[in-house]
Unconditional design. Structure first.
Length: 303
């Protein structure tokens, strides 16, 4: 990994998280009062469950430690802002999706290092190449996530009109920064990705589907409404790529893990939006069919 990439990745992550912060408001945290049990249950449950899911995917596929470690880092990362985009496509409760993401990112400095360390200890054992320094991960999460996120929220609070006026261009800069981050990793690890492409794609698909399955099972278990469920499900596979990549590169120096994260993100961005739209269309058809069925039943009763 070159010095330029070593310097560029943290700066890009800070930029991305600052822009994410401009989409959050302090009211998003106050909305926790509407979901005093649901949101903490989901957020803490995700960290425990998804790390286990990622570790099991690595075990089932017998992935190399670097790739399995990348999967665990991704699972231990907080919810990504993209979860709100997927929830919107699926017709979910956007306010709930934003609240889950905000609460998850707020706690990430404390919980992400612990969750990742547990996953590494349990599934990678004594693999020295994938040692994870807990305090350094917490420090990088604080600098790369929490502080920029708060800076973006303060910018929105004190310059709300400016942020609203330039929302489109600012979000465009954030998307461009994510693409540059991915391009740097892909360019640096092109040979590795080409040599292990089938394994990386297979692991990405299985991990994404396993995370989605965990989300659907959680929705059924909690007996949520369709809108709440559509908001909650997407917070399971949509994890914060920037923080996971920052940890893999700046803390661990593992560009192979970052390469897997790049392939995983590319897989998800290709798979999840059309899936969310399809589920939304299916749910709409069900809701339209239900009143018709009820009306036909009422006519038979009257007859």
């Amino acid at each position: 990994m070159s010095e330029q990439i070593t310097l560029a990745i943290p700066l890009l992550v800070i930029l991305i998280m600052t822009i994410v912060g401009t989409d959050l408001r302090f009211a998003d945290f106050l909305r926790m009062r509407r979901y005093p049990v649901l949101v903490p249950t989901i957020v803490f449950g995700q960290w425990m469950l998804l790390v286990l899911v990622a570790g099991l995917v690595g075990w089932v596929l017998t992935l190399p430690p670097t790739i399995a470690g990348g999967a665990i880092l991704f699972a231990a990362a907080p919810v990504a802002a993209l979860s709100g985009y997927y929830a919107k496509l699926a017709g979910g409760d956007l306010a709930l999706a934003v609240t889950i993401a905000a609460f998850s990112n707020l706690l990430a400095t404390l919980i992400t290092p612990i969750a990742a360390s547990f996953g590494f200890w349990w599934f990678l054992g004594n693999e020295q190449a994938m040692a994870l320094p807990l305090l350094k991960v917490a420090q990088q999460t604080l600098i790369g996530l929490l502080l920029p996120l708060l800076a973006g929220m303060l910018l929105r609070h004190h310059a709300a009109n400016w942020v609203e006026r330039w929302r489109g261009p600012v979000q465009g800069v954030g998307l461009f920064a994510i693409l540059v981050l991915l391009a740097l990793v892909l360019a640096d690890q092109f040979a590795v990705i080409r040599a292990q492409f089938r394994q990386l794609i297979g692991a990405s698909l299985l991990l994404t589907l396993a995370m989605l399955t965990a989300g659907f099972l959680a929705v059924r278990l909690l007996s949520l409404s369709s809108k709440e469920g559509a908001a909650l499900v997407w917070s399971f596979p949509a994890r914060n790529l920037a923080i996971a990549t920052l940890t893999a590169t700046s803390v661990m120096g593992q560009m192979t893990a970052a390469a897997f994260l790049a392939v995983l993100f590319t897989t998800q961005i290709s798979l999840l939006p059309p899936l969310a739209l399809w589920l939304n269309c299916r749910n709409r058809r069900k809701h339209r069919a239900r009143p018709q069925a009820n009306g036909q039943e009422a006519t038979r009763i009257e007859t």
